[in-house]
Ligand binder design. Structure first.
Ligand code: SF4
Length: 323
């Protein structure tokens, strides 16, 4: 859109000078991009870098990942969290192989709609792979892009107007410069990661400052505002998340369970009574039902399997990573 020409030009110029040299920006291999994009969801770049290299060394091709045991894939994922992503990634690899990839390169979908047909691939990953592997001019939202688009075109995220996901996606699509979708989406993500951060946007060094609705609102509201250190009020969702410390959350204990099972040899399993003390400090058998419920959730997500469920004595029920 011509109305966004300067915005596009300025951000692309900024990215050309300031963009980080990341391994997944040096390739168009769709498998490598898929691995990177799934790892990068909810995980910081610094933590992903070593895991990305190690994962691809272990599973260098779609076929290698598809043929591996799920336990092996989950072990390779350790340290990244949100282990369900590992299982989904392997399912996607298996679907690609079943469709004829890599003998038939076209079996790897190149459009967001085609990629969404793969198991566990959501709107963000589908858009990112279509753009970063196949250089399609598509718009998609991750946390960083969503925040930048919202601030830039609609204003501070904790003030009206309310914007739906569909509206933000439409706004993001308006911004994509034809023929430059790859660079544009990398650039807007990078701006969100490095400058337009959630808690401390550094508007003073932002290339889009003169065109930004949020900046206009903030600077008009307080002419003495120090935009060097400006901190917006955290949105309600983040405040709510902050209420529960991570080490008491279900996600934390799910991770501990997978970590404990990852230490076992392939044929071994942990009865819940043995697993409990490995997962929770101050464990008592009164917590067996709680642990069984967490294990059931993990089993439903394909992250573990029940080996034994004899009778009503939960202490004897045993679990292991999937084979
Ligand atoms: S001016 Fe500030 S709020 Fe606007 S895009 Fe830049 S960093 Fe974000």
């Amino acid at each position: 859109m011509t109305e966004h020409l300067s915005t596009q030009q300025q951000l692309l110029e900024w990215f050309a000078t300031n963009g980080r040299d990341l391994p997944w920006r040096r390739t168009r291999n769709p498998y490598h991009i898929l691995v990177a994009e799934i790892m990068l969801q909810q995980t910081q770049v610094d933590r992903v870098m070593p895991k990305y290299a190690a994962f691809l060394a272990l599973f260098p091709t779609v076929e290698a990942l598809a043929a591996a045991s799920t336990a092996e894939v989950i072990r390779a994922w350790q340290g990244l969290g949100y282990n369900r992503r590992a299982v989904n990634l392997q399912r996607a690899a298996q679907a690609l192989v079943a469709a004829g990839y890599p003998a038939d390169p076209a079996a790897f979908p190149s459009t967001p709609a085609g990629l969404r047909e793969l198991p566990g691939i959501g709107a963000y990953t589908a858009g990112a792979v279509a753009c970063f592997a196949f250089e399609r001019d598509v718009a998609f939202l991750d946390t960083n892009i969503r925040r930048v688009v919202r601030r830039l075109l609609a204003g501070p995220e904790d003030q009206p107007p309310a914007t739906s996901e569909a509206q933000l996606t439409a706004l993001a699509a308006e911004l994509v410069p034809p023929g430059q979708g790859w660079a544009w989406n990398q650039a807007i993500m990078e701006l969100g990661a490095l400058i337009c951060t959630a808690a401390r946007p550094q508007c003073w060094r932002c290339p889009l400052r003169e065109r930004c609705a949020a900046y206009a609102t903030w600077s008009a509201a307080d002419t003495n505002a120090d935009l060097l250190t400006f901190t917006p009020t955290p949105p309600r969702a983040r405040r709510k998340a902050a209420e529960q410390p991570f080490h008491t959350s279900s996600r934390y204990f799910r991770g501990r369970i997978i970590e404990a099972l990852g230490q076992l040899a392939d044929h071994e399993a942990h009865p819940l009574a043995q697993l409990g003390p490995l997962v929770k400090d101050g464990w008592t058998d009164a917590e067996l039902a709680w642990l069984a419920k967490l294990a059931t959730g993990l089993a439903n997500d394909g992250l573990l399997v029940w080996r034994e469920q004899p009778g009503d004595d939960l202490a004897l029920w045993s679990v292991a990573l999937p084979g």
